[in-house]
Design a protein. Structure first.
Length: 371
């Protein structure tokens, strides 16, 4: 070893000691973070994270913008943390209130096909409108480091869930639900209820019962708005006793319809949900010795097997459930690939149409229940 080696070694040790004793500089105190890079590039933190971790769902333009920000700021990622984050989950979390509802079945199935083609696994949670199940879902999303969220209609009165959701920095698409900073996809339930109510009013009905879900769920509140609008247009007063909100799966529609039909001023027409609620409506009509459309007209929301195969077949509001699922999935994939877009956007509305069958007729007695 050269004779000068010990001296060089001593010099290096002294330099390290001197540097350690220097006061912390301003530059060291303000070492740029991933949030600084996101702000500099004008994108989300999740976009920066995916880019730095080699995510394949990032556009070339977005990648270049982030890397320019990294260079300008002199950002150096924490290698240990980056190693933990680099394991992409390729997983989408999907929350549905009640998977026994055939409306959700079609939408989720179509969305899952889109995600599968893109290389993502869909993890489904059925919460049954229970806050504890919703909390467990959010916990699973965090643990599994999911790449995005797809949320179907749920109870917006659950404040703890909404607060927990706000802490997740993930792309989110909602179907028939209002969530801040999400991409909303909606079926035009208001327009559908408006059309159905107008149709029944046009047949001469003046006492039209509305059976729908909880008003805390967006589709139900939208149907109620359409129902009220049709009455307002016709200059008809809405009888609040004819509006019957129900929670899905509560099995209370039968008793509600029986009460209505046995009242002193019964409805001459009923607008009902087309799932299990419709079955209860039909049972209540039969139990009271009545027939449709001779004694009471029926329109259901959602074109189910029961609506199509009942005798006589039931007029129904219909929408393309597969298209709803595909649209929601594609929008979420676009946001995952390029999350530089603003966090929220105008709702994407998908239309409804009224399918007329043989369940509606003019009121049996013209004077009955007229204004």
């Amino acid at each position: 070893m050269p004779s000068g080696a010990p001296a060089i070694g001593a010099w290096r040790r002294q330099c390290r000691t001197d540097r350690a004793q220097l006061p912390m500089t301003k530059a060291r105190r303000t070492r740029p973070t991933i949030r600084d890079v996101a702000a500099e590039a004008g994108v989300s933190v999740s976009s920066v994270s995916r880019t730095l971790n080699g995510g394949i769902y990032t556009s070339a333009e977005l990648h270049a913008r982030i890397m320019r920000a990294v260079k300008r700021l002199g950002f150096e990622p924490d290698q240990a943390a980056q190693a933990l984050r680099s394991r992409a989950s390729n997983t989408i979390g999907c929350m549905v209130a009640d998977f026994s509802n055939p409306h959700y079945t079609g939408m989720v199935s179509a969305a899952e096909e889109e995600f599968q083609r893109a290389g993502f696994l869909l993890m489904l949670a059925a919460t049954k409108h229970e806050e504890a199940r919703e909390a467990a879902f959010l916990s699973a999303v965090r643990r599994r480091q999911m790449d995005g969220l797809l949320l179907f209609a749920g109870d917006n009165s659950h404040k703890d869930f909404m607060k927990g959701l706000a802490t997740l920095d993930l792309p989110c698409v909602t179907v028939d639900r209002e969530v801040p900073d999400s991409i909303p996809v909606r079926v035009d339930h208001r327009g559908g209820a408006l059309e159905a109510t107008r149709y029944l009013i046009g047949l001469g009905h003046r006492r039209i019962a509305l059976l729908t879900g909880s008003v805390a769920v967006l589709p139900s509140s939208e149907r109620l708005a359409g129902y009220r609008q049709a009455h307002q247009e016709a200059k008809l007063e809405v009888d609040a006793s004819l509006i019957r909100p129900h929670m899905q799966g509560a099995n209370t529609a039968f008793s509600s319809v029986c009460q209505l039909l046995q009242s002193s001023k019964p409805p001459t027409a009923i607008i009902s949900l087309g799932t299990s609620m419709l079955a209860e409506v039909l049972e209540a009509i039969t139990s009271n010795g009545l027939r449709y459309p001779q004694d009471v007209s029926i329109v259901c929301s959602g074109d189910t097997d029961l609506a199509r195969h009942a005798t006589p077949a039931i007029s129904a509001l219909s929408w393309d459930m597969n298209e709803v699922g595909r649209t929601a999935a594609r929008l979420l994939l676009e946001r995952i690939r390029d999350s530089e877009r603003p966090g929220s956007s105008a709702p994407v509305f998908l239309p409804t149409r009224l399918i007329l069958r043989h369940s509606c007729a003019a009121p049996a007695t013209p004077a009955r229940g007229r204004k």
